[in-house]
Design a binder for this molecule. Structure first.
Ligand code: AMP
Ligand code: MG
Length: 360
């Protein structure tokens, strides 16, 4: 029996148009929810209404921005333009994107790219190096084979997995900073930036909002949240972190609630996109060592200033597990993480003790 779980959570993006279902960067379950009511009130509640805009499809998720203050409307519109611009550059499933041009020239020629594409690929390769390839942005041939989250996901044949894995190797991506080019050495290789591009886009959108003098806002892009400043008349933002063990058809229950501001909260998990065959869950985060979905954990949440790094790290930690994950985190001072292990138990880094209240 095959069960396809692209859209499990009530009240969230029901019945997505079919054209969205092919995109790899789409996350159907809201991993994080910014709690708008009941943030820590400091007494008088301001009546100022935020500018609020939502759009479905960019980075294949529902992106929401709420911003307060003068200039907010213009700033929010510009931030969405920035999301769209980066989506069009970085989406491996759009044949016209820069990344697709790099992919279609694999084994043939280096491709000149924008500074944004160069920067994201460079950072992705950094995470690949520090994780010994557990994070690997050349995972595209394998991701296409599994097709999780798209039409007709299936468990591939062993031989197909072996063939796809032969094309997954971050060491065969040549970045030439001087000439702004990227070259994939082997025909058939392909970059998939789904694990980091959304974080980069959130950082860029944050810059756009702040350049417009807007400092009180939230961005919620699926598993990537950024909260900035304070809501008028209130103090800090609260972000509910979805529990990978929660019943998706039930009411919202959270693993924990983060309270803070000027920070990014990013989650990865086996509950975001998956299908099941005979009770076995196959999800979208793949282990390049085995070619199968990573088994160490059920979920990770990473909290820190850079959304790009939190995105890269949440995927990396998900693949490597708790011990190696903590070792990797030690190179990121000020960044904290929550791990949900395969048995459902939780481990949180001590630096989050005062920021995250665990709910179980
Ligand atoms: P995230 O939701 O940020 O953890 O990213 C998951 C997405 O990253 C998947 O949908 C794939 O597009 C891609 N991906 C899957 N496995 C890996 C991996 N081991 N390293 C890098 N990217 C991956
Ligand atoms: Mg990620």
């Amino acid at each position: 029996m095959l069960r396809d779980c692209r859209d499990r959570r009530r009240n969230f993006v029901r019945g997505l148009p079919a054209r969205f279902s092919r995109f790899r960067m789409f996350a159907a379950v809201p991993a994080l929810v910014v709690l708008l009511a009941g943030a820590l009130s400091s007494g008088c509640r301001h009546s100022e209404e935020p500018v609020s805009r939502e759009e479905l499809g960019l980075f294949d998720t529902l992106i929401e921005i709420r911003a307060y203050g003068k200039n907010a409307k213009k700033a929010v519109n510009q931030a969405f333009d920035e999301f769209r611009r980066l989506h069009n550059l970085l989406n491996a499933y759009d044949p016209n994107s820069e990344i697709s041009k790099v992919n279609s020239n694999a084994g043939r020629a280096p491709v000149k790219v924008s500074s944004d594409t160069l920067e994201v690929v460079d950072r992705a390769l950094y995470f690949a190096r520090i994780s010994g390839g557990a994070f690997d942005p050349t995972v595209l041939p394998l991701a296409k084979l599994w097709n999780v989250g798209a039409e007709n996901p299936r468990v591939p044949e062993e031989e197909d997995i072996r063939n796809a894995l032969a094309l997954v190797d971050y060491r065969k991506v040549l970045v030439d900073r001087e000439n702004s080019t990227i070259f994939l050495e082997v025909p058939g290789m392909g970059l998939d930036l789904g694990a980091i591009a959304k974080g980069y886009a959130v950082d860029k959108a944050v810059s756009v909002l702040r350049k417009n003098g807007v400092n009180s806002f939230l961005i919620n892009a699926g598993g990537n949240v950024y909260v900035s400043g304070k809501k008028p008349g209130e103090t800090l933002w609260r972000v509910g972190i979805t529990d990978p063990l929660a019943d998706p058809s039930g009411t919202e229950t959270y693993l924990g609630i983060f309270t803070g501001t000027d920070i990014s909260v990013v989650s990865s998990g086996d509950y975001q996109r998956y299908f099941e065959v005979n009770g076995v869950r196959y999800h979208h985060i793949l282990d390049p060592k085995t070619g199968y979905p990573a088994k160490n954990l059920k979920g990770t949440t990473v909290i820190g200033v850079s959304s790009t790094d939190c995105d890269g790290l949440s995927t990396t930690l998900f693949v490597v597990g708790v011990d190696k994950g903590k070792e990797i985190l030690s190179a990121f001072p000020g960044v904290g993480a929550i791990f949900v292990k395969a048995d459902g138990s939780i481990e949180m880094t001590p630096n989050l003790k005062d920021k995250v209240k665990l709910e179980r």
